[in-house]
Design a protein around this ligand. Structure first.
Ligand SMILES: [Fe+2]
Length: 269
């Protein structure tokens, strides 16, 4: 068996709706390392979610080493590669089978990761558990000027107890600028109700008064969930996904079927 470098013409680009792109290599054993990082980074920036199919998965260490070509790899306590699997008695909602509300990764660490990478070692299609990405650049673009003015005044403080590999308190301005494209992005994570989630996150809004704060949280969550802004990724074994952690927020639908999925994730600053 020969592994050949796929030429640009052999790669099939399939747009996803309402954003995102699948890039498919013929033959099923292409190597991600053979495509220049600059090219993949451009595609990721353009599409925000890039799904690579027909590429060989990498060993755990190899995966972290590959991601290092893109930039500094975030080191969590468990290591650079986080195994995402559903646990029987999870300490944190990420490892449970319910839904995961919208957030961006790395809110509770020093530097916001720019990209996150997944590879899918195992999955059952149609079993729920889709990763849902919401495009905050489109949410901002479609907001009227008064709303944008209100948003520009808002900062949000998130507090969570450290249960697994993250925790603490962080304050972020709601509107930020994307370091690559320069367009406005929204930094927003939905509160996690202690009655529902293993690892509650409380949200405090500065820049508006009390009643308006509650209203802001509800209306922002509603906007982010609109189908026009959301791409839900139903995982297939062998998928490699690169996503823009700054333009997007993401969450997960609850599982409705077998939870035997195994993803590995790396964050690049
Ligand atoms: Fe996440």
């Amino acid at each position: 068996m020969t592994t050949s470098i796929p030429s640009a013409a052999e790669l099939r680009h399939i747009p996803l709706r309402p954003f995102g792109r699948v890039v498919e290599a013929p033959g099923g054993n292409a190597r991600i390392g053979d495509i220049p990082v600059d090219t993949l980074a451009r595609w990721t920036e353009e599409s925000r979610v890039l799904v690579l199919r027909g590429f060989s998965l990498l060993g755990k260490q190899e995966f972290a080493d590959y991601c290092r070509r893109w930039g500094e790899v975030l080191k969590w306590e468990p290591g650079e590669v986080i195994d995402l699997v559903v646990e029987e008695n999870p300490r944190n909602y990420l490892f449970a089978s319910g839904d995961v509300p919208f957030h961006w990764d790395g809110a509770f660490v020093e530097a916001d990761p720019r990209y996150f990478f997944f590879q899918c070692l195992d999955a059952t299609a149609g079993a729920g558990g889709e990763t849902v990405f919401s495009d905050t650049t489109a949410v901002y673009r479609d907001a009227d000027p008064e709303l944008r003015d209100l948003w520009a005044r808002i900062s949000v403080t998130y507090t969570t107890e450290k249960m697994v590999h993250y925790g603490g308190e962080v304050t972020e301005r709601l509107v930020a600028q994307h370091p690559g494209t320069g367009v406005p992005v929204l930094r927003f994570a939905e509160p996690l109700d202690p009655a529902v989630y293993k690892n509650p996150v409380s949200v405090h809004v500065d820049g508006v008064d009390g009643a308006q704060a509650e209203e802001f949280i509800a209306s922002m969550a509603e906007r982010l969930h609109r189908p026009d802004y959301c791409y839900a990724h139903d995982w297939r074994r062998g998928d490699i996904v690169i996503a823009d952690n700054i333009a997007l927020v993401h969450g997960r639908n609850a599982f409705t079927g077998p939870t035997s999925r195994h993803l590995q994730r790396v964050e690049v600053i």
